[in-house]
Design a binder for this molecule. Structure first.
Ligand code: NDP
Ligand code: 8X3
Length: 249
């Protein structure tokens, strides 16, 4: 049985990926800050073996300590899904809140690095592993008011390429999955709990469901060792680019 560690499993794409990988027969290490959400998910996944790690990905020491605390049966991580992250705010750079910028760069970029740093020794020792970084269409095209979020995801794109180059000689494969518009708690977080504004993002077209992205992640991590799917962009059917979405009135 293979072991997968998924960050940000308490909601959205991470949660759906946990469900998909449990169904595919993985042992799971699920992480996030909201313990109750993770506990509820672990109960829903029973009898799949699940271990929970509650920590903030921005805290490097906490990430390392959490991975070191894993019981023996969960320690040999085969798959790492670096999913935790969010957007905070949507404003022109001249009106942006530097606290939002810090939050995005610290979670989406440094957080991904912190967890990767914590998990890599295990993969390195076993000379095997698969890392899936959740980027975004926003990492491949900047859109108005997206500035720092887009930059954080552009960093994920660049890091994914760099990691693939550095880790290949250790038998570790790296993939980047770039979703388009997925209806999750993403917009609620971006708009700081403004439900009405968040709902508008997904009005007039059928957005992706988190399960649509999870299926792609499952496919990638279940390929045999001679196959690496390096980069995948998954858009909603009505979407041609980050902000080019055909909406019905
Ligand atoms: P959600 O808000 O539904 O989920 C975000 C997850 O990340 C939660 O489980 C949250 O857990 C976790 N998380 C956020 N910050 C931290 C932190 N500092 N420490 C630990 N965990 C954290 O959004 P999505 O599922 O949509 O987002 C998942 C990923 O997909 C993100 O990287 C996002 O940028 C990316 N993405 C989303 C798209 C979309 O349209 N929804 C499109 C493209 C990419 P908790 O709060 O419990 O800590
Ligand atoms: C989330 C999708 O296009 O709103 O990464 O930035 S988008």
């Amino acid at each position: 049985m293979k072991t997968a560690l998924i960050t940000g499993a308490s909601s959205g794409i991470g949660r759906a990926t946990a469900v998909a990988l449990a169904r595919a027969g993985f042992r799971l290490v699920l992480t996030g800050r909201r313990r109750e959400r993770l506990q509820e998910l672990a109960a829903a996944l029973a009898p799949a073996p699940v271990h929970l790690l509650v920590f903030d990905v921005r805290d490097r020491e906490a990430a390392v300590a959490a991975v070191l605390s894993l019981p023996a049966e969960f320690r040999e991580i085969d798959v790492l899904v670096n999913n935790a992250g969010n957007a905070h705010g949507l404003a022109p750079i001249q009106d942006g809140d530097p606290q939002d910028w810090d939050l995005m760069l610290d979670s989406n970029v440094r957080g991904l690095l912190n967890v990767t740093h914590a998990v890599l020794p295990v993969m390195r020792e076993r000379r095997s592993g698969f890392i899936v970084n959740i980027g975004s269409i926003a990492g491949h095209e900047a859109y108005a008011n997206g500035n720092v979020y887009c930059a954080s995801k552009a960093a994920v794109a660049s890091l994914s390429k760099g990691m693939r180059l550095d880790l290949i000689s250790l038998g570790i494969r790296v993939a980047e999955v770039n979703p388009g518009a997925v209806e999750t708690e993403f917009s609620q977080v971006r708009f700081k709990g403004d439900e009405e504004r968040a709902a508008k993002v997904y009005q007039g077209f059928e957005p992706l469901r988190p399960e649509d992205v999870a299926e792609v992640i499952e496919f990638i991590v279940t390929r045999p060792p001679h196959v690496t799917i390096s980069e995948v962009t998954v858009l909603a059917g009505a979407q041609a680019a980050a902000t080019t979405i055909v909406r019905q009135p």
